[in-house]
Design a protein around this ligand. Structure first.
Ligand code: NAD
Length: 469
């Protein structure tokens, strides 16, 4: 009997391998990933790829959510030319007062105030003198606020993650497509200096063909948990399994891989560890014994793209680890890494010996020297960094990237250009929360990533930032 089983196993293995070697270069058996529904695009509705809207002379903004993150944005906007801060909203009146003080300090007039009730923000969205609603509340409010603001003729910029479920994501997509209003996620990490420079290098072919990119959000939040309004963040982790905060890691990775600009995420598999430090933190701080804490201390997700490239995305906000967003680019001819140490590794053939010093010391199995790295980073400095680095570092916000993000949003709106990140970026990056949960809950089975563009992922070739002529 044992022999029979073994023979059958060998026979079927041979058959499967043979079948699939014939089917394509790399052997693969037929399998069915878990599919999630892609709702049909409503009749008469068009995609918003490269959406442009009429130029705005002044971008008039209203802010909702002025807790830890919001006031920094208010402060940055006081320093961006061509803007007017019209209204401020937070459930808690003291938060609005705190942001009014920022305006006063900057010598600006006081903004209209909305506060005190759960839906005071609706009145802000209904104003006729606002072009953009900037949302920095807890995660559960984001999508509802974004949809309502667009329905009232406003562009929206929503903090990360802008949506937590596929249902919320499709609502934001459908509303943006129907209203023709911009819906951008405020993903700041795509504007950090090393990321912009390395993106430029990748686009210029320095790493050869990019095959694999890693990104992560590894940040031990134990000093922060108790500072969130109403304990919303720990509560969310307590009740949701999966990578609930993927955008900082996946955003820069998707830009390098030109996702929905010539490639698309096709399937993912995800795995988490058991939840240890989350329930332990609750026990330590409240005495409560939690038996059903959902979010694993470490969640790791592998994604395969249509064009046979991969991404590894990690989430860990629980254990002592040095802060890391990974940002590692693996190409056929080179490598970039931001964390744990900033480094490049390149074949000597990839650089011009007349432009890069010590070229003869390059090899394909060690980092380039600090001098070569400095020269490379100078040579490949992104045009956006060239223009904004000095001011961004002065204004600050995570070292300057927050300022660049806000500045670019205003710049594109004022010049009638497509925004750097569209609603499909938002969708792809935010979809990780639900798709990774589905995979994990099915024994890490492959899950199909929906084509949020509904058929247009290959219309554009290559990711790029728009500039006024
Ligand atoms: N991009 C980044 O680097 C970065 C950094 C920190 C936080 N964030 C994001 O910013 C957002 C806010 O985070 P935070 O740290 O400021 O949280 P927080 O808890 O400090 O602030 C949330 C605020 O939302 C307000 N709020 C809740 N319900 C409201 C309602 N119905 N109407 C008006 N206001 C309401 C609360 O009163 C609170 O002031 C989150 O999405 C978070 O993920 C992003």
């Amino acid at each position: 009997m044992k022999k029979l089983l073994l023979t059958c196993a060998i026979a079927s293995l041979t058959l499967l391998t043979a079948t699939n070697c014939l089917a394509q270069g790399q052997a693969e058996v037929n399998y069915s990933p878990i599919k999630v529904e892609t709702p049909a695009r409503p009749a008469g509705q068009k995609d918003v790829i490269n959406l442009v809207t009429p130029k705005l002379d002044t971008v008039r903004v209203g802010f909702i959510g002025l807790g830890m993150r919001g006031p920094g944005a208010v402060s940055r906007w006081t320093k961006i030319p061509g803007t007017k801060i019209v209204a401020l909203c937070d459930l808690r009146p003291e938060c609005v007062t705190r942001s009014q003080a920022i305006l006063k300090k900057a010598g600006l007039p006081a903004a209209a105030e909305y506060s005190g009730t759960e839906d005071a923000w609706k009145k802000l969205c209904e104003r006729k003198d606002i072009d953009l609603v900037y949302i920095a509340t807890d995660w559960k409010h984001h999508a509802e606020m974004g949809v309502y603001a667009m329905e009232h003729g406003k562009h929206v910029a929503i903090e990360v993650p802008a949506a937590m479920t596929l249902d919320e994501i499709w609502k934001l997509i459908d509303t943006s497509e129907r209203t023709r209003m911009h819906c951008m996620q405020l993903e700041n990490c795509v504007y950090d200096f090393f990321e912009l420079t390395s993106l430029n290098m990748a686009q210029k072919g320095l790493f050869g063909e990019v095959l694999h990119v890693e990104g992560s959000y590894i940040h031990n939040l134990e000093d922060f948990w108790r500072q969130y309004w109403n304990n919303w963040r720990m509560d969310y982790n307590r009740s949701h399994r999966g990578d609930v905060y993927a955008t900082h890691g996946i955003g820069p990775a998707c830009q390098v891989l030109n996702i929905h600009r010539g490639d698309r995420m096709k399937t993912l598999v995800s795995m988490d560890t058991k939840a240890v430090n989350g329930p332990a933190f609750i026990k330590k701080t409240t005495g409560e014994e939690v038996k059903d804490f959902q979010n694993g201390d470490q969640t790791s997700t592998l994604i395969r793209t249509e064009k046979g490239r991969t991404m590894l995305i990690q989430h860990n906000v629980m254990t002592p680890r040095p802060y890391s967003r990974m940002y590692q680019i693996v190409g056929t001819d080179g490598y970039a890494s931001k964390y744990p140490i900033e480094e490049y590794c390149l074949r000597p053939s990839q650089v011009d010996p007349n432009e890069i010093p010590n070229h003869e010391n390059l090899n394909a199995h060690g980092s380039v020297s600090p001098t070569v790295k400095k020269a490379l980073m100078e040579q490949y400095k992104h045009p956006i960094t060239k223009e904004l680095e000095e001011t961004a570092k002065k204004v600050g916000g995570h070292g300057g990237m927050d300022y660049i993000m806000d500045y670019r949003l205003v710049y594109c709106l004022r010049n009638g250009l497509p925004l750097d990140m569209d609603v499909y970026d938002l969708a792809e990056w935010c979809s990780m929360a639900e798709l990774t949960r589905i995979s994990i809950q099915h024994g890490s089975a492959p899950v199909e990533v929906p084509d949020f563009t509904r058929g247009h992922w290959n219309d554009q070739q290559g990711f790029h930032h728009a500039f006024a002529k």
